[in-house]
Design a protein around this ligand. Structure first.
Ligand code: F0G
Length: 456
């Protein structure tokens, strides 16, 4: 087989700013060892997120010029609405300025004290919006998904037995919604199988619980189904995605991922009563129902990107490029989540830094080391992001200590990725010299964004 090439040419470029290791040491100290606090032009290769960081296509840019900025009834909204309907099959489409705005609206209506939302794994903003409403989030990830280095085809799956158990324990009436995150971002960008979606959906129907998809990376998940699940090899990704959405009552979406948009999101659903309640909140917090906090030009970019993302040459290149970096690291003995996920490479920081206990945030120590060594910005998905305290103030650690290197869509070339691998392997060689960190300032919710830390 020949090399899988980037299925695009580059029309416009942005400079990368170079700095030295000495400068980065100082930058890191000033940022209190939290790369969210670093200025982006002090970063060489920015793998903090794949969200809103995509390179848009010439078609999307052309759409941006055609965006209509009418407050109400903009043709750009109807283009957007049509595109979402075609891809998801949901008849009601509500634009929001990004995914968490959709979540905030949904959980403000459905959440509250005594309610439980069940998921394969809730993303951090999703969990935070649920908790902010007073409700609780419960993750039922399948067993395979909890072991970073054990390969399996669908490690994002929900544990179906656990779902049944939670429904029985908490009572269906106290579970306003079950949410399937595709792909499972916090669990390693791992896909969910169609079979699993079907089973979870059936249980929800039996129990009269609405079943929603957190659809941020629906195209990547659909492509994994095509590659790995029996019976799907000859189906198009468009067909697979349509089937995936057909089992759900609705979805939340961040168009900043699998729509190549720099901003945007939506809620889509069947239930008109719920939609009316969502639209009432939308008007208070986001904007009128035909723009939901977005400019007409953003709606155009999403309408086009949502279709473009299902191009199978693109998806083949996308999934292959994540696998390429993953395999390079595996070959060098670096402990990474296996198999490769859809949008990011996840390093198992607990394994990487065996000498740093979880209370000293090994993931964050590695994030800092990658920045210092090579100017690479990554993010900790471990106890800094998800850790809680017990009554005695002792850390209740996260299930895993991962470092995520999220690859922006269509942005970096193979040599950028080769450089990333070289830096990680260099840090791996001197891992025993790395030190843990302690938190010196934090907020009660989503502390990882703003926390200040210091090396021990
Ligand atoms: N759900 C999932 C699975 C996500 O990955 C994200 C965002 C959201 C919801 C929220 O969407 O950012 O548009 O408000 N994930 C980004 C990330 C931030 O870096 O993984 P948003």
């Amino acid at each position: 087989m020949k090399t899988i090439i980037e299925p695009f040419k580059i029309k416009s470029v942005e400079p990368i700013y170079f700095n030295t290791k000495e400068e980065r040491k100082e930058i890191l100290e000033k940022a209190h060892y939290n790369p969210f606090r670093i200025h982006a032009d002090d970063v060489l290769i920015d793998l903090l997120t794949d969200s809103g960081t995509s390179a848009m296509s010439s078609n999307q840019w052309a759409g941006i010029m055609q965006g209509d900025e009418s407050y109400a009834g903009s043709p750009s909204f109807f283009h957007f609405e049509q595109s979402v309907k075609e891809v998801t099959g949901f008849p009601i489409v509500i634009p929001t300025h990004q995914g968490r705005a959709a979540e905030k609206i949904l959980f403000s209506i459905l959440g509250g004290k005594g309610k439980y939302f069940v998921s394969n794994t809730l993303f951090d903003t999703t969990r935070a919006n649920i908790e902010f409403s007073g409700a609780e989030g419960i993750d039922c990830l399948c067993e395979e998904g909890k072991h970073p280095t054990v390969p399996a085809a669908f490690k994002g799956n929900m544990d179906i037995e656990a779902l049944r158990r939670v429904i029985k324990e908490k009572g269906a009436a106290n579970i306003p919604m079950v949410i399937m995150t595709v792909t499972n971002n916090s669990g390693g960008g791992q896909p969910v199988s169609m079979q699993n979606i079907k089973e979870a959906s059936a249980i929800c129907k039996e129990n009269n619980i609405p079943f929603f998809i957190d659809a941020c990376r629906f195209a990547e998940n659909s492509y994994f189904i095509k590659l790995r699940e029996e019976g799907y090899a000859n189906k198009s990704v468009t067909e697979i995605a349509a089937e995936l959405f057909s089992y759900a009552d609705g979805c939340t979406m961040s168009a900043k991922k699998d729509s190549f948009a720099n901003i945007g999101g939506f809620l889509a659903m069947h239930d008109l009563d719920l939609a009316i309640r969502c639209r009432n909140l939308l008007i208070i917090t986001e904007g009128f129902t035909t723009y939901g906090g977005l400019a007409g030009r953003d709606l155009e970019a999403i309408a086009i990107g949502l279709k473009e993302v299902m191009d199978e040459h693109y998806l083949q290149y996308r999934i292959r490029s994540i696998e390429y970096l993953t395999n390079k690291l595996i070959a060098a003995g670096v402990p990474v989540m296996q198999p490769a996920g859809g949008h990011a490479v996840y390093i198992d920081a607990k394994e990487f830094l065996l000498h740093i206990p979880v209370e000293q945030y090994p993931g964050q120590a590695l994030v800092c080391a990658l920045y210092e060594e090579g100017g690479i910005r990554s993010v900790e998905i471990g106890s800094l992001m998800f850790g809680k305290y017990d009554e005695a103030g002792k850390l209740i650690p996260a299930q895993m200590e991962l470092v995520r290197l999220a690859i922006p869509r269509r942005v970096y070339t193979q040599s950028h990725i080769d450089y990333v691998a070289e830096v990680i392997i260099e840090v791996f060689a001197k891992r025993s010299t790395l030190k843990g960190l302690e938190i010196i300032e934090e907020t009660p919710l989503l502390r990882h964004f703003t926390a200040k830390l210091k090396p021990l």
